[in-house]
Design a protein around this ligand. Sequence first.
Ligand code: AGP
Length: 605
Amino acid sequence: MCGIIGIVGTRPVAERLIDSLKRLEYRGYDSAGVASVEAGRLERRRAAGKIRALEEVLREQPLGGTTGIGHTRWATHGGPSERNAHPHIAGRVAVVHNGIIENFAELKRELADAGHVFESDTDSEVIAHLIDAELNAGLEPVAALKAALDRLEGAYAIGVLIRGEDELVMGARRGSPLVVGYGQGEMFIGSDALAVGPFTNRIAYLDEGDYVAIDHDKALIFDAAGAPASRPVRVVAASAALVEKGNYRHFMEKEIHEQPDSCQHTLSAYVDPIERRAAPPHGFDFAGIERLQIVACGTASYAGLIGKYLFERLADLPVDVEVASEFRYRDPALRAGTLALAISQSGETADTLAALRWCKTHGLTTAAVVNAHESTMAREVDVLWPTHAGPEIGVASTKAFTAQVSVLAALAVAAARQRGRIDAAEEARLVGVLLEAPRLLAEALSAEEAIQALVQDVAKARDVLYLGRGAMYPLALEGALKLKEISYIHAEGYAAGELKHGPIALVDEQTPVIIIAPSDAAFEKTASNMSEVIARGGRVILITDPAGAAHAPEGSRVITAPACDELIAPLVFAAPIQLLAYHVAVQKGADVDQPRNLAKSVTVE
Ligand code: AGP
């Protein structure tokens, strides 16, 4: 994730920007830059590499002013270089950006046709040109920002400086976090409480779609519709900022809502948005293997099951998925040409580690999809595919799960290309689909109120069934696990087609049946399962997209997620099942972040 800081201050701004950027290094980056305004001038300093390279530039060419913005960049569009480092400048406007602008190519063409000259390969630069064009059209700064934001598709957090406005910094967020810091006669914006921690511990968290203008004394906040808004100011101990809950009641809630950002950050390490191709780290060649053996536990094993559907359908690569605790003790008949792939948030789960080591001793090449990049698994495998979800504190895995699925989806596209199953055009299309996932995840999360309306119904149940077909079947297993592990309600996930082979005996008026069914090829078959349930007095909660909702059977309750390509449906539809489990657990007064009997990492067999 990129890091953002903005300051309207009373002291020299350069070293303060650097101080803040150093606190954002944990987010990972490959270049950095700052800009400031002073006496009608807008100046910028940038450097590839670490912040000390930028400090060297500032020693040689000091930056004046008390108002400025800064950025640490994790390269998405365009390689890590000074030219692509933020801030980006167009005319009077300097911008720093965290996120992915999905429609940047068409915006760039439109602006270039209008005479704008671009200097970088990034998507972010179009934001500066859009705002500058609106200023030139006569709009005031805040109106120019809003007009530009209305043109953007994708996830973003941004900071903006305007030449001649020496006491103004503007910001906006959609899908990536941004906070406002309240100082004494000075104001701040930043990616999180840590970014503004050196200057203040009074923080307001912007909501989805908010944009803001700060000067020395105040923040003018506007909501997505452009109406003035106020956000509560909280006191946050900067030291705890990295693992603090922000505006959320639980880490799990915060981590559910971080998923557009963590998904985007993970995907940016696995796809090249300019060339529109899958570009996983390590460059493993899937054409050189005959089979993939996935070993994992719990939620990670359900991510692996989703991977099976994706690898087999896209890459024609046979995949076995097995819970690690069973795999190792049954003397599996493995063959050469099999890649052993562990999936783990912690990288320390004893069952998974033991299974991985078993594969290694039997001569297999080993790989791991891991969130803890220095963990035992990460250090022992031949091939490391990291997720970039950031620290996951809640015991119930959420953002790590969608990050795992993001990696597996990108790897499946890369494997399909390497194994000659798709051409460059189809690869480009699928990469475009992956790049939509952060925005669609954010949209899926906006169904939270509709989900809360169903909570009573589920919270009083003794048993709950989750049903799904295709890649929605592993998601049904994950939804059941989420519910049972944090609300202690017995829940089971089934392949929807299995209902009539036994589980339908459980269906009565007391049993909510949660059916995860986008309007895909399997929808019609699942619709008949829904009718079977309703005919027996069962209570159906259908999680679907708008087209599916239009065909929801009489008597079913519907949660609508955005329509999306089947490649990313497991990502987008993870949001409602996580939110449902979370709000039921809150309703039941459960200890959401530390459920009874559970540990975040099970380091014993
Ligand atoms: C997920 O919500 C659970 N907390 C649990 O199933 C977890 O996924 C499992 O223990 C595996 O942990 P790992 O990903 O750290 O290996």
